[in-house]
Design a protein around this ligand. Structure first.
Ligand code: GMT
Length: 377
């Protein structure tokens, strides 16, 4: 198949999923064309089936805001014709699903009916998408996509609750590539360089936005390290980093926390991690939790959104109410204080992550693509 993929090329979860999906499809022999504002960060060109077409936005003094929508729609029209694309798969509704709809209409002038698949990822529905400023356009572009998928059952429920949706919404879960984990993490678990003898390592990875509740990460760790000798690795860049740094200083634990910034070595960090913290306000799926579990790391998370579909209470970790840092700290100590118990949670997490292996999820996308190309839905 000739597949066009539109996504945010940055470090957000939706961009990561879209890029990994494109790479996996290319490895299976499909021609995959990324049509994005910059080269996706995780995209490499070692596969001749992968292509990248940059969307340029022409600036003009009159424009207060750059019309990216228009530039993207034009580039989609050009790419569909030039590379004979069979379908467009857009990740994150805003503004991609709307631009794809415009391109679809424009292509009708050339007697081309290009199918549009929209995958909803989370905040495009739960936070930004349902804001009155965007809601009518988001609702319209979901209803006019040929196929709509969500990355969890919870996000499907949210979509149906927050919007007037007139079409079927399919759930195709996010996935993980275990081969990649084994390749990237082998022989590199140099935990001695970060933690002393008997010390445990806790990790949090995110874009440090308010929705991730980074201050809760610091508070949980503050309580845990009073009972268990431990270090915290905080990976990512974002608006709440400074606040987290300040709180750590206030609590006198800054020398026990390693702020790593953006990193391409997440799997190597997870490889030496004992426990992953994800106390988010909302999370449609929690790809970071799945990456942790696939790296044999149990998860302490909130019980919000799609997290209960990934993390199982008392098996792969624990889930608490949003903001209940006492409970999350207590559960973290429970897992970490007993080596045998920790090992059991690690093994459970690894085993449970296999339900989301790329081998199980990729065929679902391929089947859906074939169906939409054949039937138009
Ligand atoms: O929240 C992020 O880290 C970024 C955001 C995005 O869309 O780029 O992530 C969302 O999509 C991920 C991939 O499908 C999900 O794993 C995240 O749970 C989801 N984030 C939220 O719902 C807050």
């Amino acid at each position: 198949m000739n597949i066009g993929i539109v996504c945010y090329p940055t470090y957000g979860g939706s961009g990561v999923v879209a890029t990994e999906l494109g790479i996996a499809l290319a490895q299976k022999g499909h021609q995959v064309h990324f049509i994005t504002s910059h080269q996706p960060v995780k995209l490499n060109f070692l596969n001749h089936n992968l292509h990248f077409h940059e969307v340029f936005v022409e600036n003009y003094p009159l424009f207060h805001y750059q019309p990216y929508n228009l530039a993207l729609a034009s580039k989609l029209v050009e790419s569909v014709q030039k590379y004979n694309l069979d379908l467009l798969h857009v990740h994150y509704a805003i503004p991609h699903a709307f631009a794809a709809y415009m391109a679809k209409q424009m292509l009708k002038d050339f007697d081309i009916n290009i199918p549009i698949v929209t995958t909803l990822h989370g905040t495009d529905i739960t936070l930004v998408g349902s804001h009155p400023v965007y809601k009518p356009a988001v609702e319209f572009s979901i209803n006019h996509s040929d196929v709509v998928t969500t990355v969890s059952q919870s996000l499907k429920n949210d979509t149906l609750r927050l919007f007037n949706i007139k079409k079927e919404v399919e759930v195709i879960y996010n996935f993980i590539d275990f081969d990649k984990i084994e390749n990237e993490s082998n022989d590199t678990c140099l935990r001695d360089t970060l933690a002393g003898d008997g010390e445990k390592i806790l990790t949090h990875v995110s874009n440090l936005r308010p929705v991730k509740r980074i201050l809760d990460v610091i508070s949980i760790f503050h309580k845990v390290q009073q009972k268990i000798p431990s270090k915290l690795i905080l990976v990512g860049e974002g608006p709440d980093k400074e606040k987290a740094d300040l709180l750590a200083k206030e609590l006198g634990i800054e020398d026990r926390i390693l702020f790593l910034g953006k990193s391409d070595e997440i799997l190597k960090i997870l490889c030496l991690t004992d426990l992953f913290l994800l106390p988010s306000e909302t999370e449609s799926f929690g790809l970071a939790a799945l990456e942790a579990m696939a790296s044999k790391t149990p998860v302490i998370s909130t019980n919000t959104g799609g997290l209960p579909e990934v993390n199982t209470q008392g098996v792969t970790g624990f889930l608490s109410d949003v903001g209940d840092v006492d409970d999350m700290a207590e559960k973290a100590v429970f897992i970490l204080e007993n080596e045998e118990r920790l090992l059991e949670f690690k093994n459970n997490a690894y085993k449970a992550a296999h339900q989301f292996s790329i081998e199980k999820i990729l065929p679902k996308y391929e089947e859906m693509y074939k169906r939409v190309i054949k039937n138009g839905f």
